[in-house]
Design a protein around this ligand. Structure first.
Ligand SMILES: C[S@@+](CC[C@H](N)C(=O)[O-])C[C@H]1O[C@@H](n2cnc3c(N)ncnc32)[C@H](O)[C@@H]1O
Length: 213
C-alpha cells in the first residue's frame, strides 16, 4: 500500500513512541522489550492499522508487533495510536527480512490480512503465502503457533491453501464466507475487509499450524 506521502512522514515515524527504529537489533529481544511473558502476535502488512489497534484493545494481555513495508502507510497507522500503548510495537520493514528481525520460536501467532495478491504467475514469489515466506514463518513461530490469513481474493486463497498443505502445514480452519460463519463472533475487521464486505464480496479465512514431524 504505497500512498501519497504525508508531510514530514520520516520524522513523524521516527518520533513516535511505538515505532522501533532498528527492528533487526530486536532479534531475540522481543520478550524483554515488552517486559512480560505474554504471547507475541505479529501482523505483516498492517496498512492503515485498524486491525492491530482493535486487537490490542480486545486482547490487552497479548503483545502485538506490526510490520509494514511502506512509510506512507505506517505514518497513517500512527493516527490510531495518539498515546503510547504498552503492548504494541510498530516496525517499518519488509517481510523479506523476517529472519533478521525475529529469532526461532519468538512469535506465537501471525496475521496476514488482505495481503497483496500479485495475480501474475511471474510474481508468485512476492505473495506472502509463497513457500519461501512459509519457511521463514515456520522458523519464527513457536511450534504451536498459528497463521491466521484473511483475503477477499479466492485465487490467492486457493494458492495459499495449496502452498500450506504442500509444505507441511495443517489447515485447522477454513471458510469462504467468514462473515456468515461461526468465526465472525471474534472477528476484528481491517480497512480492506470493511471495503470489500461493503461491496458484498465474501471474505475467506484460514488458520494453519505447522505439522511437526
Ligand atoms: C492490500 S494492503 C492490506 C492492508 C491491511 N492489512 C488491511 O487489510 O486493510 C497490504 C499491505 O501489506 C503491505 N505489504 C505488502 N508487502 C509487504 C511486505 N513484503 N512486507 C511488509 N508489508 C508488506 C502493503 O504495504 C500494504 O500496506
Amino acid at each position: 500500500m504505497r500512498l501519497r506521502g504525508v508531510k514530514n512522514q520520516a520524522e513523524k515515524i521516527r518520533a513516535h513512541a511505538l515505532v522501533i527504529d532498528n527492528p533487526t537489533a530486536m532479534k531475540g529481544q522481543w520478550q524483554q522489550f515488552f517486559d512480560n511473558n505474554n504471547p507475541i502476535w505479529l501482523e505483516i502488512g498492517i496498512g492503515l492499522g485498524g486491525f492491530i489497534a482493535g486487537m490490542q484493545q480486545a486482547y490487552p494481555h497479548i503483545n502485538f508487533v506490526g510490520l509494514e513495508k511502506y512509510s506512507s502507510a505506517l505514518v497513517r497507522t500512527l493516527r490510531n495510536f495518539p498515546a503510547a500503548v504498552a503492548n504494541v510495537a510498530l516496525c517499518r520493514d519488509d517481510a523479506a527480512n523476517l529472519t533478521e528481525i525475529f529469532d526461532t520460536g519468538e512469535i506465537d501467532r501471525l496475521f496476514l490480512n488482505f495481503s497483496d495478491p500479485w495475480p501474475k504467475k511471474r510474481h508468485a514469489k512476492r505473495r506472502l503465502t509463497h513457500r519461501n515466506f512459509l519457511i521463514m514463518y515456520a522458523n519464527m513461530l513457536d511450534p504451536a503457533g498459528e497463521i491466521h490469513f484473511k483475503t477477499d481474493n479466492q485465487g490467492l486463497f486457493e494458492f495459499s491453501l495449496q502452498e500450506l498443505v504442500e509444505n507441511n502445514w495443517e489447515i485447522l480452519y477454513k471458510t469462504y464466507d467468514l462473515h456468515n460463519s461461526s468465526e465472525v463472533e471474534n472477528n476484528i475487521m481491517t480497512e480492506y475487509e470493511k471495503k470489500f464486505s461493503d461491496q458484498g464480496v465474501p471474505i475467506c479465512k484460514l488458520i494453519a499450524r505447522r505439522i511437526i514431524i
